[in-house]
Design a protein around this ligand. Sequence first.
Ligand SMILES: C[S@@+](CC[C@H](N)C(=O)[O-])C[C@H]1O[C@@H](n2cnc3c(N)ncnc32)[C@H](O)[C@@H]1O
Length: 367
Amino acid sequence: MSAGSKSVLVPTDAELLQAQADLWRHSLYYLTSMAFKCAVELGVPTAIHNLGGAASVKDLVTTLSLPETKLPFLRRVMRLLVTSGIFASESSADVETYRLNPLSWLLVEGVDAEDHTNQRSFVLATVSRHYVEAAMSLADWFKKDLAPPLPSPFEELHGVPLLHEKTPLLDKDLHDVVLEGLAAHDNLAIGTIMRECHDLFRGVQSLTDCCGGDGTTARAIVRAHPNIKCTVLDLPEVIKTAPADGVINYVAGDMFKSVPPSQAVLLKLVLHHWSDEDCVKILEQCKKAIPSREEGGKVIIIEIVLGPSLGPIMFEAQLLLDMLMMVNTRGRQRDENDWREIFMKAGFSDYKIVKKVGTRGVIEVYP
Ligand SMILES: C[S@@+](CC[C@H](N)C(=O)[O-])C[C@H]1O[C@@H](n2cnc3c(N)ncnc32)[C@H](O)[C@@H]1O
């Protein structure tokens, strides 16, 4: 082959057939998302739960009051969702029985159990028309030479940012389901996080949960560590609806202006919504709020730390959440180098990833 000539990849017959199957999968994965949306909207997980945890497609058609004629179609949807790992199934005597697995269990409504946070709204928000249309506009967005600060594809297409006071003007139902989905997402596995991170709060006397919303996380912290004086900072419109429980001190304010002083500041699932420049500004305010490292001052960050170390499935999940941020917000998910860079820019001296909890890392950042 002459120098400079391009090498031509010639797949084998087997590789070609595999490539075609892969091409189908990658072009058609949106149908898995839509079949998932369909099952959630129909209430299939709750129906299986109410039927005692196992249901045939005939049981589902009857319970969900669907026309008999749709039975073979629902079977096809369920077959795809079982293959995709969304439901479990078993067959005996020619009858396929569908069961819940941990994923579909997250979608059952009306469960009163510790650690159960129904994720229905998260699914419905992420597969909503507005999110999907924003994702479909990605190539157009890339081609436009937009002035900084760069709007997200969502903002560019729909004219308003997501999670903004103007979002309800675009679609009030979308705004409501996004807020509900975000709360469900952020509160999922809070018990696990508290169990896994028990030592993290040992010795901490006071803590500000920055962007702590309605105080769900702060209450879980105080339940596990009653000696910690806990403050929640959030925007005035959020704080005015927070439950006055006498345990948590709620402060209405703006984290870009100031953060209530305490020994430690918690930023749980906050920074991925913001650009690097904004993260530096937020962290600078957090640094002003805490004492020196010798006096126990630290910022605790619970966020995704992108990386392949947890295996390809977890890494893919992290990367999909990064795409979710890219399409819909000005934020992003970060790897350890990205985190280090913003900590140093904000004037911190050191940091430590103290724990991995699922796809997320728990990072302590020291002044
Ligand atoms: C993604 S949620 C935070 C999740 C929460 N830390 C948790 O783990 O459940 C974002 C929160 O940030 C609050 N927020 C947004 N901008 C803020 C600001 N400038 N100052 C204080 N809070 C803000 C929002 O009101 C919202 O409650």
